[in-house]
Design a protein around this ligand. Structure first.
Ligand code: GLU
Length: 312
């Protein structure tokens, strides 16, 4: 369990074959920040002559807004970003996630947890740890099988037991950010793969689906960068390939924080899609690209993207 996990190998796009994806959560329409991620994943797929897919990540159903999926697909289409196959919906793929959980339980990597949030906060407080402003509490491992397991508590969530020796770093290479590493035990602890409310956790669903769809390259916003080690560990323990990763710059709101619905990002206005694309292109470092039509704009952006990212 505590073997060193080294992911510095470069896997993925072996023989020139490329499948990329944009994976929005349908919690509302796209905003300027999510369009940047969508555009970057589309550009990278097209620059590689690859396939571009859209996956609707509606696994967290209580947060999803009815109709937001269709709105997102329309917004993408207005910007000329059309997937090569009909989108898949995570809400219809529970059987695949259950198989993965069964496999992780059978291999001793996943365990049931009976802790409530209050239990975890209390255990952290006893260790002198407080919740970081924008982070989750690190799970202190209370229900780990080697610490006595549930001890009579009912199982609530399922967690992945992460390697915790001091040398257990996950290393990986980001195409934009360079070499990355994380000591998962101290950064996140044993993380949830099936939630106490019975819903599948993003980490498990994303890994299962990326593999099932043959995704070779993940291009997404840098806010997801610190999730990548968790996903790489899951890939390794499920015997799945690790894609290549490129995390794009974040669009920040007026308060200097990542643009999101929570901090007031407004839905994209698409009366002038070329202007909207131009703004997204600037955020991606492509400069202010001008064009007379959406297809022309995309062709020019593609030239820029090719010269910048094809060899990376
Ligand atoms: N569904 C996730 C989100 O909207 C993105 C998942 C991913 O790109 O890995 O934040």
């Amino acid at each position: 369990m505590s073997a060193r996990v080294d992911t510095s190998r470069d896997v993925g796009r072996g023989n020139g074959h490329y499948i990329g994806r944009f994976a929005p959560s349908p919690t509302g329409p796209l905003h300027a920040g999510s369009l940047v991620a969508a555009l970057a994943s589309w550009l990278d797929a097209r620059a590689h002559g690859g396939t571009w897919l859209v996956r609707i990540e509606d696994v967290d159903l209580p947060r999803c807004v009815p109709g937001a999926d269709q709105l997102i697909l329309q917004q993408l289409a207005t910007c000329g970003l059309i997937p090569d196959a009909p989108p898949v919906y995570q809400s219809q793929r529970g059987a695949l996630y259950q198989n993965a959980l069964d496999q992780l339980v059978a291999s001793g990597h996943a365990y049931p947890c009976g802790c409530t949030r209050a239990d975890i906060a209390q255990a952290n407080a006893a260790l002198g740890l407080i919740k970081p402003r924008h982070g989750d509490l690190v799970y202190p491992g209370t229900c780990r099988p080697d610490r006595g397991g549930l001890q009579g508590k009912p199982a609530r969530a399922w967690r992945l037991q992460v390697p915790d020796a001091p040398a257990d770093l996950i290393h990986w290479q980001d195409r934009r950010l360079g070499p990355q590493s994380q000591h998962m035990a101290t950064a996140v602890g044993d993380f949830v793969i099936k939630r106490a409310d019975g819903l599948w956790a993003y980490q498990l669903a994303v890994v299962v689906d990326d593999a099932a769809q043959g995704i070779t390259d993940i291009v997404r916003g840098a806010d997801l960068c610190d999730n990548t080690p968790r996903q790489i560990l899951l890939q390794q323990w499920l015997g799945l390939p690790t894609p290549r990763y490129l995390h794009t710059p974040l669009v920040l709101g007026d308060n200097g924080e990542k643009l999101s619905k929570q901090n007031g990002a407004t839905p994209l206005a698409l009366q002038a899609p070329i202007d909207t694309l131009e703004t997204a292109g600037v955020a991606l470092g492509l400069g202010a690209i001008k064009a007379g039509s959406v297809p022309d704009w995309l062709t020019r952006a593609l030239e820029q993207w090719r010269s910048r990212w094809l060899s990376k």
